[in-house]
Design a protein around this ligand. Structure first.
Ligand SMILES: NC(=O)c1ccc[n+]([C@@H]2O[C@H](COP(=O)([O-])OP(=O)(O)OC[C@H]3O[C@@H](n4cnc5c(N)ncnc54)[C@H](O)[C@@H]3O)[C@@H](O)[C@H]2O)c1
Length: 360
């Protein structure tokens, strides 16, 4: 029996509400599947912790997390604590220190999911966006000169190392090869004459090792248009930190909204724990009302299953999410229903026990 040790940082606002349902689903899967189990350890870190202790997590927080196989995170951020503190001192710190340089965001239109695009079928939106997660425009490099003076100058430097650029592009090529899909690089070499020219060059260089992978390359502005007009152009997508951040929200919008979007932050070498999270925030406007949609958190639970080698069960969870949306019996208000967060989790667990399990 293998035991997967998960550190749970439920965080703020709706974080704890949706994560509870994700945990419930993982426990149910382990029960039904047999052969593996999960051990969850909860950490009360986040904005409430900050207001009490002055830090988002204890000084040895990363050391404590290091002992786990994965981190399952709800959301952080709450009125009263500046967003740059909650984001930088917890989420970004974990991503950076644990070298989670791959951000994987599935953009897949499940049956029954609300889609704002006209006449789009399910098979037209089915991609995986691989976003560089450790450097680029979010590396925090730069300067603020002559602050407050008329000659004030700010510099925000995009950092693209050969190691960082090569490894993310190689990861994407490997995935495209494994899945037998095309790979699209999104950049902006016409305007960013150092970083993105370099990015395009590395994409081409690494590509020589993968002659079997069909490739495309788009400028980020054109890619944004195609995401909306012809999303079927994209299968596996690789892009920089900033472009990935923006384009995956666009991806979430065309594939069912924030209540459905999940993301994994991977350290592929598994030297450090990887982190899984719904990509929505803490939604203070609906917190503590029990109406948050837990499906994004449950989708990230399916990514946890994939990560531990239980891909069949990851696929089963996605099938069940799809079934929930088709049945429309247990949907939260953001999806037009009247169910509570707990109702949706309970429905997923019930369906897992009864549906014909397709993938094992
Ligand atoms: N990964 C993270 O932890 C993360 C990500 C984004 C924002 N934040 C933080 O969250 C706080 C709120 O940010 P925001 O309002 O810009 O974004 P948000 O994602 O929290 O909310 C945006 C809108 O979507 C709705 N929404 C989000 N998730 C939902 C769900 N599961 N079910 C139903 N409705 C949902 C909210 O009610 C709100 O109307 C801020 O402090 C921000 O910094 C954290």
């Amino acid at each position: 029996m293998s035991v997967h040790k998960i550190a749970v940082i439920a965080g703020d606002g709706i974080g704890p509400e949706v994560i509870e349902e994700g945990v419930k689903v993982l426990e149910a899967v382990a029960r039904i599947a047999g052969g593996f189990s999960f051990e969850f350890t909860h950490f009360p870190w986040g904005c409430e912790y900050y207001l009490e202790h002055g830090t988002m997590m204890p000084e040895d927080g990363l050391e404590q997390l290091q002992k786990f196989d994965a981190v399952y995170l709800g959301a952080v951020g709450y009125p009263g604590v500046p967003d740059h503190i909650s984001l930088r001192e917890l989420l970004l710190k974990i991503r950076k220190q644990f070298d989670q340089y791959v951000n994987v965001r599935p953009v897949r239109l499940l049956q029954g999911a609300p889609c704002p695009l006209k006449d789009v079928t399910r098979d037209q939106i089915d991609m995986v966006v691989i976003r560089e997660n450790s450097e680029g425009e979010y590396s925090g490099a730069g300067d603020w000169l002559f602050r407050g003076k008329p000659e004030e100058v700010v510099l925000q430097t995009g950092v693209f190392s050969r190691k960082g650029t090569e490894r993310i592009i190689r990861y994407a090529y490997e995935l495209a090869r494994k899945m037998g899909k095309s790979l699209t690089s999104i950049s902006k070499a016409n305007a960013l004459n150092y970083s993105m020219v370099f990015w395009d060059q590395v994409f081409e260089e690494v590509g020589r090792e993968y002659p079997d992978v069909e490739t495309k390359s788009y400028l980020v502005d054109a890619a944004s248009m195609y995401f909306v007009k012809q999303p079927e152009r994209f299968q596996i997508v690789v892009t920089s930190n900033l472009f990935g951040d923006i384009i995956t929200d666009l991806g979430a919008a065309i594939a069912g909204g924030m209540g459905l979007a999940a993301g994994a932050n991977l350290n592929p070498e598994r030297i450090y724990p990887s982190m899984f999270e719904p990509i929505h925030g803490s939604a203070p406007d609906i917190a503590h009302k029990g109406i948050a949609n837990p499906l994004a958190a449950i989708w990230s639970a399916s990514q946890i299953l994939d990560f531990f080698g239980h891909e069949g069960w990851g696929a089963n969870v996605l099938d069940v999410i799809e079934q929930v949306m088709v049945d429309k019996k247990a949907l939260t208000p953001d999806m037009g229903g009247t169910a509570t967060t707990v109702d949706v989790g309970t429905e997923v667990v019930a369906l897992l026990s009864t549906i014909h399990i397709k993938h094992v």
